[in-house]
Design a protein around this ligand. Sequence first.
Ligand SMILES: NC(=O)c1ccc[n+]([C@@H]2O[C@H](COP(=O)([O-])OP(=O)(O)OC[C@H]3O[C@@H](n4cnc5c(N)ncnc54)[C@H](O)[C@@H]3O)[C@@H](O)[C@H]2O)c1
Length: 501
Amino acid sequence: MADWWDANGARHRKQFATSAAAREHEHRETALAHAERASREMKLAARTGGGKRARTETVTGTGANGTIEPAKGKLGVMIPGMGAVATTFVAGVEAIRKGLAKPIGSLTQMGTVRLGKRTEGRTPKIKEFVPLAGLDDLVFTGWDIFEDNMYEAASHAGVLDQRLLDQLKPFLSSITPRSAVFDHNYVKKIDGPNVKKGKTKMDLAEQLRHDIRDFKKTSGASRLITMWCGSTESFIEPTEAHQSVKAFEKALRENDELIAPSMIYAYASLMEGVPFANGAPNLTVDLPVMLELSRKNEAPICGKDFKTGQTLMKTVLAPAFKARMLGLNGWFSTNILGNRDGEVLDDPGSFKTKEESKLSVLEHILQPDLYPELYGDMYHKVRINYYPPRGDNKEGWDNIDIFGWLGYPMQIKVDFLCRDSILAAPIVLDLVLLVDLAKRCSELRGLGIQEWLSFYFKSPMTPPGLYPEHDLFIQLMKLKNTLRHLKGEELITHLGLEYYD
Ligand SMILES: NC(=O)c1ccc[n+]([C@@H]2O[C@H](COP(=O)([O-])OP(=O)(O)OC[C@H]3O[C@@H](n4cnc5c(N)ncnc54)[C@H](O)[C@@H]3O)[C@@H](O)[C@H]2O)c1
């Protein structure tokens, strides 16, 4: 027997032929009630901007979840910081549009997603599975303290071949930087002339909001996203001023020195309902005030710090050691880097911000509190050395001291001769397209932090009290399962027992 309620709320007792049928019915009803409750909680959390978080991970889709608006019209990409990463990204998009190159390294452009069972043979490209903006629909603007247009800035960065840049010259030259909100105290190694003036930080925020509206109008974009590719700012801790919109706005009016320029861009964007992704390790949107604004204005946020070279390797190798229960005595990582980013990171304040971001990864993956004999005593050191001759071609060198059966020591050496901006550019493209998707999804846009995009970051943002997932393959599964969930496809658990029935 099982209870049921009619449309008027009256309770009835349902009869079943066998007790197994009654149990089966009860299980189904309970599962349905759980799914409905999870969905209600998620909507409520999105609307109220707080309270209990919805347990999305337990909901298995059997029909599309929420609605996804189509990617109609142009998508305006606004980039504070038109340096090496930004120009490599924009020049790359234009080269791909012209058929001169391929979007290597971009999951949205080249990746697939498996749907259903392994025997079904359904693996569409991600960009065909979910409605993403097409590359032809992207339009760009940016801000920088230097006046160089994108052609000049890309030539100066020295990442891409000058012959390729020359083929893209008319397009790249047409993108000139808007004047920046800048504070030399936050980026000590550089200074430039193209900077906004205002009596208060609130005045500067207003000027940025004006820029945003102006770009929307002049570009004809139907949607916008802000993608921080600016320099790494000096390390600061959150204060009272960052705890709520009210406190933050007061602090903006009072020129509080602990409001960094990147936060002013973030505030301006979110106030305009524009999503904000953070490619640097600065706090920027990783603050209660920004979470509050993001939820209120349904403008998704994510960050921090693109996961490109050495940390990418770390988040691949460390999970392998843990999977095999191999111990770790120490991990020494050093880098030589000669681009402007390297110069900025030569300042102890900016380096500290980056160091914090790079260091947190191992603790979270290896969980020394759970495995004290294996990881309780590990020594982790990260150095970044500015070495101009290398330009953007960084060398990331790792010495890893591990131990195995009966404690016998072993060593691994990794020498990654990478290209920083070549690794970062496809991440920028994916984030632009996926954050725009989040903004068009009824289920995602009110959540604030888009944790499913952790895949792209060294220090993935999470709500207070929730530790981030750093393992690259867990992050990838999270990303793809989110896409499956949105489209109502079954989540892939890799259990696989059904193949042996
Ligand atoms: N390339 C990578 O692999 C990688 C990985 C992770 C994070 N990052 C981060 O991405 C960011 C960009 O890296 P990059 O190599 O392009 O550096 P870059 O120095 O070439 O470019 C940064 C640009 O930001 C500008 N800028 C600084 N403050 C600004 C402000 N307040 N407003 C507007 N513009 C401002 C600078 O003038 C410069 O042109 C850095 O913070 C870097 O740490 C890069």
